[in-house]
Design a protein around this ligand. Structure first.
Ligand SMILES: Cc1cc2nc3c(=O)[nH]c(=O)nc-3n(C[C@H](O)[C@H](O)[C@H](O)COP(=O)(O)OP(=O)(O)OC[C@H]3O[C@@H](n4cnc5c(N)ncnc54)[C@H](O)[C@@H]3O)c2cc1C
Length: 592
């Protein structure tokens, strides 16, 4: 598959073609086998011991990571020479999805294989990789990532941890405190971010747990993911050999950000797995539970919840794997252009940092929605720790906080998009100008939208035009102060998140339509219902933006444009949801 023309963030101005995206219906046999291995592992090794994991039974999490290592699951993308499987990026997302059903285990796994291992894999030199990487892949050593400090959370570069070169020039002496460190209780290798001397930017160091001067607070008592180890770590004059500086001095913040990009899209894949799992519980319980003499699944109130869970999962899934493929395509293109493999990968992912942030926000909010409705479907039982969804509800909440809070990610989405516009990487100016001309012209009337997906594609384009219109206008008016107008930026971001998911789902349906008639397929109804909801959602967000900065004639013109663009044909949303729920109840689980 070649998709070289697609640029990160480009979805908002360019047309994406269905043939250029990957859809989950296209997994090959090998990838399906990896899914099965992950699924079996969670089913057999993790689910039966969830209570013991949450009780933080001594040594249990480590032994489970060891077992994952034996199956090769700790090195899905790691090069073969270090014991890994060297799979492509989207396959790693697939594995993450299936392993995302393991509650606290998934968090420990994600921290070890993601933020724990990847800084070394992408930025380590040969000597460092030879020394540590194979040990992390086998599970012999466990990894953690130490960025956050008590006073440096979202503002990660403001950390106070220091690294001073020793008099003999052989060591960096690290002193400081890190907080909220996942796997902190047992990790053998810590990637620690600290500032050298008076540097204003972080550097990164590979620190072994056994180095003298490291101490740990007891485990944090958390709302959820109780089985995941989370500690404060203190570094008191810790001597770290100079050869353990990762990459170059002052490259730490860049490393942290690039690794977070990967963490974000992987978080989205993981919560997709969790959402599917909770969806299945919701369906099954609703079928079994009877009230007023009937299964509660027969009630419209419950069917609506199941349909909404299904819709959110479907559009998220479509967006996750579209992004995975776009990243893989970019990596291949970078390599063809002569870039080194690691740099190709990092640049490929960085290119799609906007989409990674979108997936993080959309995914974490999808899971929160799905678990919340699951508790409601379970009624009183949902509030009992005897039901599986009580744990899911508590465990879900963290996902909106770590890997960059959803507020920070939302702000980043627009910030990165505007920067791409300013740098000329995306021609946002032209599309914004084209809208101004269109607003002066007479609207088109009465064209036929009968052909399959034509009306949906037209609506999608119009939703994009709303973003061009409001973004172009606010940039023009508030340029200097726009970065401080967070409420406006958050609303624009919400529009982008919805559009990306709506488009991904529609493109998926369009691609499938090449092989089979999709007019009566449930996937069309899922995509269509999401689009229908998005029109009103985006209308409200855009209206809020317009009324926040424009007045008089300008506001009237923009509101008229909004009315013209925020349109979709009438569908019967109740009937759509009934059909969607019926399908889910018949299948008993998410089947695509
Ligand atoms: C269970 C758990 C595990 C974690 N694991 C790790 C780990 O392994 N390694 C690691 O380094 N860190 C880890 N973290 C830390 C995590 O990444 C941070 O908690 C997160 O980045 C938020 O930082 P904070 O908690 O300091 O919140 P703050 O930054 O204090 O944010 C508080 C609130 O203010 C908002 N806010 C902050 N700045 C702005 C702004 N400029 N504009 C608008 N709103 C803003 C935030 O969105 C949030 O709503 C973990 C945290 C938890 C709870």
């Amino acid at each position: 598959m070649s998709n070289n023309s697609i640029k990160g963030g480009g979805f908002i101005i360019h047309e994406t073609f269905a043939n250029d995206i990957f859809i989950p219906e296209e997994w090959n046999e090998e990838q399906q086998m990896i899914s099965q291995v992950c699924e079996d592992f969670i089913e057999k090794e993790i689910i039966p011991v969830l209570d013991r994991i949450d009780a933080q039974e001594e040594g249990l999490m480590q032994s489970l990571l060891d077992k994952a290592g034996e199956l090769g699951l700790l090195g899905i993308t790691v090069p073969v020479e270090y014991g890994g499987m060297e799979n492509d990026f989207k396959t790693s997302l697939l594995a993450t999805e299936h392993l995302g059903k393991g509650h606290s285990f998934s968090v420990a796994y994600g921290a070890h294989t993601g933020i724990g291992t990847l800084p070394l894999m992408y930025y380590g030199n040969e000597r460092q990789k030879t020394k540590y990487l194979a040990k992390l892949v086998s599970g012999e050593w466990k990894a953690a990532y130490c960025l956050t400090e008590p006073d440096a959370g979202s503002d990660a570069n403001s950390g106070k941890t220091k690294a001073n070169l020793s008099d003999d020039g052989k060591h960096y002496i690290i002193s400081g405190q890190k907080m909220w460190i996942t796997n902190g209780g047992f990790a053998d290798l810590l990637t620690v971010f600290a500032k050298i001397d008076d540097d204003e930017v972080l550097s990164a160091f590979l620190v072994e747990r056994s180095f003298e001067g490291i101490s740990f607070n007891p485990e944090e008592h958390k709302m959820g993911i109780k089985g995941s180890s989370t500690r404060q770590i203190f570094f008191n004059q810790v001597k770290v050999p100079v050869e353990n500086l990762l990459s170059e001095r002052k490259n730490g913040f860049k490393i942290a950000l690039n690794i977070l990009n990967i963490g974000r899209v992987k978080l989205g894949a993981g919560v997709l797995g969790g959402s599917k799992q909770t969806f299945q519980h919701s369906i099954q319980y609703s079928i079994e539970r009877e009230q007023f003499g009937r299964s509660i699944s027969k009630y419209g109130a419950i069917q609506q919840k199941i349909a909404d869970q299904f819709i959110k999962i479907f559009v998220l899934e479509s967006a996750v794997y579209r992004t995975g493929q776009a990243i893989d395509d970019k990596i291949i293109q970078n390599q063809k252009d002569g870039m080194d493999k690691n740099i190709s990968t990092l640049k490929g992912i960085e290119n799609f940092a906007i989409e990674c942030a979108i997936i993080k926000v959309a995914g974490s909010e999808c899971l929160d929605f799905v678990v919340d409705e699951a508790v409601q479907i379970y009624g009183g039982m949902g509030y009992s720790s005897e039901s599986p969804v009580e744990r899911s509800y508590r465990d879900s909440r963290i996902n909106r906080i770590f890997e960059g809070t959803n507020e920070i990610n939302r702000l980043l989405i627009v910030d990165m998009l505007l920067k791409k516009g300013l740098k000329g990487e995306l021609d946002l100016m032209s599309v914004a100008k084209s809208i101004q001309t269109e607003l002066m012209s007479i609207p088109e009337f009465g064209e036929s939208n009968d052909e399959f997906l034509i009306a949906e594609k037209k609506t999608l384009l119009q939703l994009k035009k709303i973003v061009w219109m409001i973004t172009g206008s606010v940039v023009q008016k508030l340029m200097q102060t726009l970065s401080k107008e967070q409420e406006i930026l958050l609303s624009i971001s919400d529009c982008l998140i919805n559009i990306y998911q709506a488009e991904s789902a529609l493109l998926r349906v369009e691609k499938l339509h090449d092989k089979q008639d999709m007019q009566n397929d449930i996937r069309f109804l899922l995509a269509q219902t999401y689009l229908y909801d998005s029109v009103d959602f985006i209308h409200k967000k855009a209206k809020d933006v317009i009324l926040s900065f424009a007045e008089g004639d300008e506001a009237s013109m923009l509101l008229m444009g909004l009315k013209r663009f925020a349109k979709y044909k009438n569908i019967n949303p109740k009937e759509n949801r009934k059909l969607i729920a019926k399908f889910a109840l018949e299948k008993g689980k998410y089947i695509f």
